[in-house]
Design a protein around this ligand. Structure first.
Ligand code: HEC
Length: 124
């Protein structure tokens, strides 16, 4: 007969709790991919993650017309089906709201007097 001491049974309880809680958090992550869980995310999950991961979507940004041009491009060249107009509208609104055009992240160029001397410049 296998005897399980109190310590090991406590260990097993903690271990199984960890496994179960890990499983459920893995499920949560899978459920909405990494899409912002705002209105309409399920439409994106259902229609936009069949061919590629949602990461390809969330790492992009753009105005509604930019998102629309991406959808047209996929329809014309990548086999994306036509979407029902209401569904497409909901997807576009979701994307433009949650993954809208980002501001430029480039810094303003330094003024020339703040730059080091150009060694190839004219020596006056
Ligand atoms: C029929 C397959 C298919 C479906 C469904 C699909 N896509 Fe794509 N999508 C592609 C392919 C193929 C690429 C190119 C992948 C690559 O470059 O690795 C792509 C690329 C993209 C890109 C990257 C574009 C770029 O400029 O780099 C975005 C954003 C995107 N898809 C969003 C979506 C959205 C939003 C939906 C839902 C409306 C969707 N996709 C549904 C096939 C699909």
């Amino acid at each position: 007969m296998i005897r399980i001491s109190n310590t090991s049974s406590a260990f097993l309880t903690v271990l199984s709790f960890c496994l179960v809680s890990n499983m459920s958090s893995a499920q949560d992550v899978r459920e909405n991919g990494n899409l912002v869980p705002a209105e309409g995310w399920q439409n994106v999950q259902e229609n936009c993650t069949e061919c590629h991961s949602s990461l390809l979507i969330t790492q992009n940004s753009g105005s509604k017309s930019v998102w629309e041009s991406r959808i047209r491009w996929m329809q014309e060249t990548q086999g994306l089906d036509q979407l029902d107009p209401e569904l497409e509208e909901s997807i576009l609104n979701y994307l433009a709201t949650n993954y809208g055009q980002k501001d430029s992240s480039r810094r303003v160029p330094l003024k020339s007097f703040l730059l080091p001397k150009n060694p190839y410049g004219r020596i006056d």
